[in-house]
Design a protein around this ligand. Structure first.
Ligand code: SF4
Ligand code: SF4
Length: 95
């Protein structure tokens, strides 16, 4: 049986982080009324987290692996998604 899992695969990725997020929550009010908080579950890198005390969705954009899921998976289409600027983002290393 293989002992590979997603967490181990993530260690093969190299990041170069921008200081500006390439992922933006369009309307914070929309997150407030969102019952399911899907983004807290569908992102493989745990980028999105609902902060109960602050009542906002935080975005740890530095961890994004650019899979594109949040571009289509927010039920309210409340995430503006673009690729990081040239030279930033991730590099996949194989092997
Ligand atoms: S799923 Fe969309 S609307 Fe709901 S909390 Fe996440 S970003 Fe906000
Ligand atoms: S593109 Fe993928 S990894 Fe990046 S924030 Fe969206 S769901 Fe998470």
């Amino acid at each position: 049986m293989s002992n590979c899992n997603v967490s181990e695969k993530l260690f093969t990725i190299r990041y170069k982080c921008d200081t500006e997020s390439h992922l933006v929550i369009k309307e914070t009010e929309t997150c407030l009324s969102c019952k399911t908080k899907d983004c807290n579950y569908f992102c493989p890198s745990d980028v999105y987290e609902w902060e109960k005390k602050l009542k906002i969705t935080t975005v740890a954009f530095e961890n994004c692996i650019e899979c594109g899921t949040c571009r289509i998976a927010c039920p309210s289409d409340n995430i503006a998604w673009v690729y990081p600027k040239g030279g930033y983002g991730i590099t996949y290393k194989y092997g």
